[in-house]
Design a protein. Structure first.
Length: 137
């Protein structure tokens, strides 16, 4: 019981620090089109939520709920699996050459306004660059 305040403080500092790092990495990763950096940001966010869950576990143990620690451990496992699923989905679609549909629509409208012979746009991504080409009538 004497170490609970130190663990609680470390958990709170860990949550705040990881969340700040996560927001930065996710923002920059999306800006430069880096799925790996976004995934790393999601990982940092998971670490932050893990720290927050540890804080909840400490609070539970402090009030005498000995079952709080293992329940928090299970919740942490579920959170990690959820973030893993989201990160894997983003990386999979990047590997499959996916492009944001709103960008394709915007490119199509731009091309159609300039060249009446274009009916649609096909697209693909290569790293952080997106290439488009016409589908002629």
């Amino acid at each position: 019981m004497s170490t609970l305040p130190a663990v609680a403080a470390a958990a709170l500092i860990g949550f705040v620090g990881n969340e700040l790092v996560a927001r930065y990495r996710i923002r920059v990763g999306r800006k430069i089109g880096s799925a790996a950096l976004v995934a790393d940001g999601l990982h940092a966010r998971t670490d932050g939520f893990t720290s927050l869950a540890v804080l909840l576990g400490v609070a539970g143990v402090a009030v005498g709920w000995n079952w709080a620690d293992p329940v928090v451990g299970l919740l942490i496992t579920v959170a990690i699996l959820a973030v893993l699923r989201q990160a894997a989905r983003e990386i999979y679609w990047r590997l499959m050459d996916a492009v944001d549909p709103s960008l394709v629509d915007q490119a199509g409208r731009c091309c159609a306004a300039r060249l009446a012979c274009w009916t649609s746009v096909r697209s693909g991504s290569a790293g952080s660059a997106i290439g488009c080409g016409p589908n002629a009538r």
